[in-house]
Design a protein around this ligand. Sequence first.
Ligand code: FAD
Length: 467
Amino acid sequence: MSAVLDDLRAAVGAAQVLTDGDLSAWELDWRRRWRGKSLAVVRPGSTAEVAAVIRVCAQHGVTVVPQGGNTGLVGGGVPDASGSQVLLSLQRMNRVRAIDDANLTLTAEAGCVLQALQHAARERGLLLPLSLAAEGSCTIGGNLATNAGGTQVLRWGNARDLCLGLEVVTAAGEVWDGLTGLRKDNTGYDLRDLFIGSEGTLGIITAATLKLAPLPAATTTALAACQTLADCVALLKKARHRLGAGLTGFEVMGRFALDLVAQHFPALPRALPQAPWTVLLEQSDTEGEAPARERFEALLADALEDGCVVDAVVASSLAQSKALWQLRESIPLAQAEEGPNIKHDISLPVSAIAEFVAATDAALQAGFPGVRLVNFGHLGDGNLHYNVQAPAGTDMLAFLAEHEHAVNTLVFDALTPFGGSFSAEHGIGALKRDELALRKSPVALALMRSIKAALDPQGLLNPGRVL
Ligand code: FAD
């Protein structure tokens, strides 16, 4: 192995090939569920260096795990325990290469932290409409590799919808320069869309060109309390009709999810009295604050009158808006504080969600009495984080070891009659690889395997993930 390490040092410089000391920032995942051991953590600073690293690995038959911010939730970005894989960190590739105000595009390297790109766009009066709770740490390369969703999908789509062009290092160590800012470019197969969502298994994303939009004149937030999930869906329908494209966020939070936030982050204000369901609505407006507030107030008055909402508040300042979003964004952190849990990132047609949740809650309580359901998510996209916490007072790790598989099977099987998906936005990684093999059609799996074999015939890139 020392020959590989020597060649890697020659490719990126000895200081960027880490083999000693505490490497857990790269080898342990965000959920603290997968701890690997790498041959080395390699930190290239340019596309040419990434290509050189891949050529070294190809030559020595060493497999590579690409990593951005290491915030992924499905165990896709950390090495296995063999000590034989190179962990390729893109974090040093963090330059904004260009912002084109007239074309409304931003070109940046893969290791740029999402929040830094949002700020870079905002400084030019523009909006990069991708937003998720991990935005202070996740990278644009990781966002594209996982086709991340987040809180603005309702209006702007997933990471895929925001990407016009990519630069990718192939498994052979060649550079594909597809960094176009064109909205129309029907010139053969869409290679960009192959790499987006491929979770590091088909190529290394080194840069991307993203769509921007003009900054809205005002962004307003409101909170609404509902008695049932069906009422939340009724509110969504109303909000879509009344606010049109101005509706940029529609998040739902179950009572127990907010209880966990109150328990672990008591300093955060709750804003509304307890209700079975709380909805966070966001409206972005080109006309300004006052008309946006008026539209929100009219919508909520209508919803209160017909009973789908029982209480509501419109944020009166930016600080209040931020506090409401903080409630929502603290749920995954509060859940992590509470202990290990079984995460389900599922999607369904919005029209089927209430029925699915009622039936599946009941089935879980019958099969695993006392389990606690941490249910929240992007209702506007039909995407729920339908997570299962062990009954209070039980050993959570023992519960997971004994019941995780059965709980997953129950939840994923329940999706089938409703036409749902067992992976909405987090991806497959290591966590859901076996589910993919079970639940995807043989034709789809065969096509995916052919693509993998064509683009990475040596099986060097992130083996054991996705397929
Ligand atoms: P990593 O975790 O480093 O990697 C993720 C995957 O992408 C791995 O398979 C890795 O091999 C691959 N990869 C990384 N960089 C590259 C590259 N340059 N080229 C090729 N492959 C690469 N996700 C959502 O979609 N929506 C949410 O709302 C959301 N909320 C979250 C909230 C919290 C608190 C946390 C911790 C995570 C959340 N996530 C969410 C999941 C995660 O943040 C996203 O999946 C994010 O896109 C991962 O980016 P990253 O840079 O951290 O990637």
